[in-house]
Design a protein around this ligand. Structure first.
Ligand code: AMP
Length: 282
């Protein structure tokens, strides 16, 4: 695996590889890698592309300073995991490479409705930061395919819209399923910060998602939402939202809607750690 820190160097390398017919499959991350990230690397590998991963803890997408400062960093272990997964290129830029003119001078995008609901409402400025960094990375890597995790469902929609706004018609966005722990907890870099007792009960978020799915023909969403909120609270979580939405555009739904593709999404805090997860209703 080749590691680049400078834009100029990675662009030169990708230019040479692309001219030999090896186009990049790109997996942007913030590091502290786990099996969820590696599933994206493996998908890009299976698609026969030049696998390019980036690790950059993007300051502009953290609305909470403490969350940024405590974000887990494990570069050495990440590099080993990436080599073992067969990643070809790692881009490891400094903030000065990504934001040479400063964070505020870098182009931003307006995601409209998507930025007003759920994560957008709870984390003001978060998607603005995501759009900023992903746009920069796409300009640098110029991938053929972009691999994202369904774990961050709303982010997938935001980036889909970004790709549209940037006019990248050739770029294919591939959304990969959420990788879970044995108890259903969605893998996340933030899980490393859970204490043992917190970790022991964290699977309850997934249990709530499954119960929302399983009760779609027998109950109203209002009742199921209340049950889930009560369960989360009883386990020590502070629920931020338990929501149901149209899976195509994230229009929020008050109740189950037969014939409409639906997704249920939960955000909840345990202690200082904020966890999110979602499930597309079968
Ligand atoms: P992050 O490092 O958290 O910014 O995540 C980088 C990419 O990995 C994003 O596209 C995430 O959606 C994806 N990802 C994170 N966790 C998982 C997971 N448990 N399963 C699948 N993809 C994931």
């Amino acid at each position: 695996m080749v590691i680049f820190k400078k834009i100029r160097d990675i662009k030169d390398f990708i230019y040479v590889e692309s001219s030999k017919g090896q186009r990049p499959g790109f997996v942007p991350t913030m590091g502290a890698l786990h099996a969820g990230h590696l599933s994206l690397i493996q998908k890009a590998k299976a698609d026969g592309l030049l696998v390019v991963c980036s690790i950059f803890v993007n300051p502009t997408q953290f609305n909470d300073r403490a969350d940024f400062e405590k974000y887990p960093i494990s570069i050495e272990a990440d590099i080993e995991l990436l080599i073992n997964a067969g990643c070809d290129v790692l881009f490891l830029p400094d903030a000065s490479e990504i934001y040479p003119d400063g964070e505020t001078a870098t182009k931003t995008y307006d995601f409209g409705y998507l930025d007003t609901i759920l994560e957008g409402a709870k984390r003001p400025g978060h998607f603005k930061g995501v759009g900023q960094v992903v746009a920069r990375l796409l300009e640098i890597v110029e991938p053929r395919k972009l691999y994202l995790g369904q774990k961050d469902y709303q982010q997938c929609m935001v980036i889909g819209k970004l790709v549209e706004m940037m006019g990248l018609k050739e770029l294919e966005v591939v959304i990969c399923p959420t990788t879970r722990e044995a108890d259903g907890l969605a893998m996340s870099s933030r899980n490393r910060r859970l204490t043992e007792p917190q970790r022991a009960i964290a699977g309850v978020i997934y249990q709530c998602l499954v119960s929302i799915e399983s009760k779609q023909n027998s109950s109203s969403f209002d009742i199921v939402r209340k049950e889930c909120e009560d369960i989360l609270v009883s386990k020590g979580f502070v629920p931020e939202y338990v929501a149901l939405a149209d899976a195509r555009d994230l229009t929020l739904l008050d109740n189950y809607k037969k014939g409409t593709p639906m997704v249920t999404l939960i955000a909840a805090k345990i202690g200082e750690i904020r966890l999110i997860d979602n499930l597309i209703l079968a």
